[in-house]
Design a protein. Structure first.
Length: 126
């Protein structure tokens, strides 16, 4: 039954929305506009029966929410860890990683860190 995930999805939705509404203003980053990630229009197609319309609504919500949550996580990653992953091994990096410092590029990381944190000095562990 595809609808088994509705409760976890709604919980994720509430948590992600609270997170960005509280944290993003504190970080000075813009709120991700929900309407750009979720669209509910397929239920208006006359050739779909009610069950198909419900399925289309559910899939639109689930995929839109996950895309929206991914955007919010990406904005957080840009602020706190703008470093690309090490290449290889079949990993498919997200598109937003293109603007991150290459893996192992300390200077590139420090420049990106300074953009959000006002200093290029990153605390270094011994």
């Amino acid at each position: 039954m595809i609808y088994a995930m509705i409760v976890p999805l709604v919980i994720l939705d509430v948590c992600v929305e609270i997170y960005q509404r509280v944290v993003f203003p504190l970080l000075g980053t813009p709120i991700a506009p929900r309407r750009e990630y979720m669209r509910f229009d397929r239920h208006r197609l006359e050739y779909l029966d009610p069950i198909q319309k419900l399925g289309c609504w559910y899939c639109g919500y689930a995929n839109g929410l996950l895309h929206y949550a991914s955007r919010i996580a990406a904005q957080t990653e840009e602020i706190f860890c703008p470093i690309q992953h090490q290449s290889g091994g079949g990993f498919h990096p997200p598109a937003h990683h293109a603007d991150f410092a290459p893996f192992g590029d300390r200077e590139g990381f420090e420049a990106r860190w300074a953009k959000w944190h006002g200093s290029s000095t990153v605390s270094r562990s011994s």
